[in-house]
Write a protein that binds this ligand. Structure first.
Ligand code: HH2
Length: 263
């Protein structure tokens, strides 16, 4: 899953795909998408609001406009699933109409109206764990048993989704690396990722260029490729089925090796 951030302020690639006025830069988006698809991405994840700690909220109308514009540009040109990284029910419906193939919600459909809106689209959904809200989630993350609590949260959100009409055949889950987690929490989740396989749906991971990689390697966001690749390989070895990445070519190679070893 290649990351395409249509945001001014994402932590590693913010502003790359927007023009000065905040509109999506069509040429830049097409170039980046084309590169990702030729490097082996099966999914492109479009996000129009940064979730990094302290990011500015984006009005829902702006988020929807950027997402729909990008989908209308990409869908006719690329034979891949276009995923939409959003928590807004208003965006789900518009995205589904514009050809989205997956909803990726870092809030696991907890916004009012999100469960019903996602159900109505008929699309698959990725439910991610996050402790707290983006603005403050890294202030003091705390767990007694991070792996058990993340698994229990995801199980509860799967049950809520099922009640709303979204069965397990339409779900993926994600432990949410870096979302309300210390370095120790992130490492414990990666070490014990296989525990999430008991949920019975595919596991997606987003580790690419994240702060945990920076903490472990001492490197800035643009220099975290090798660390991110190591984390992706470990995650696939432990059962991850989808890897969200900014660096598709290198990650595809690492995933192929880890998959072959996993068997
Ligand atoms: N991480 C980010 C955004 N969306 N979705 C899922 N399912 N899993 C993740 O780990 C995940 C995600 C944050 O990364 P990025 O999009 O690069 O940054 P930003 O939130 O600053 O736009």
């Amino acid at each position: 899953m290649g990351v395409l951030n249509l945001t001014p302020d994402s932590f590693s690639d913010g502003g790359d795909l927007l023009c000065g006025a905040g509109a999506v830069d069509a040429d830049a988006l097409l170039r980046r998408a084309d590169a990702m698809v030729s490097e082996g991405a099966a999914i492109l994840d479009l996000g129009a609001e940064s979730t990094r700690p302290g990011a500015e909220p984006v009005p829902v109308a702006v988020e929807r406009e950027r997402i729909v514009f990008a989908l209308e540009l990409l869908k006719p040109r690329f034979d891949v699933v276009c995923s939409v990284d959003s928590s807004a029910p208003e965006v789900f419906e518009a995205a589904a109409e514009a050809g989205a193939g997956l909803l990726n919600d870092v809030r696991a459909l907890r916004r009012p109206g999100a469960l019903a809106a996602a159900a109505a689209t008929g699309l698959p959904v990725c439910l991610m764990h996050m402790q707290g809200e983006p603005g403050t989630m890294q202030d003091r993350p705390a767990y007694d048993d991070v792996v058990g609590e993340v698994a229990a949260f995801l199980r509860a959100r799967m049950a809520a989704a099922q009640d709303a009409g979204i069965g397990p055949d339409r779900l993926l889950v994600d432990p949410g690396f870096g979302f309300g987690k210390s370095l120790d929490h992130n490492c414990a989740l990666l070490r014990e990722l296989a525990a999430l396989e008991t949920l019975g749906v595919p596991v997606l991971v987003g580790l690419s260029r994240k702060r945990m990689i920076g903490a472990l390697t001492g490197r800035e966001a643009g220099e975290r490729l090798a660390g991110s690749i190591a984390a992706a390989a470990l995650a696939v070895r432990a059962g991850a089925r989808v890897v969200r990445t900014h660096d598709v070519a290198a990650t595809v190679d690492a995933v192929r090796v880890a998959e072959a070893v996993r068997g």
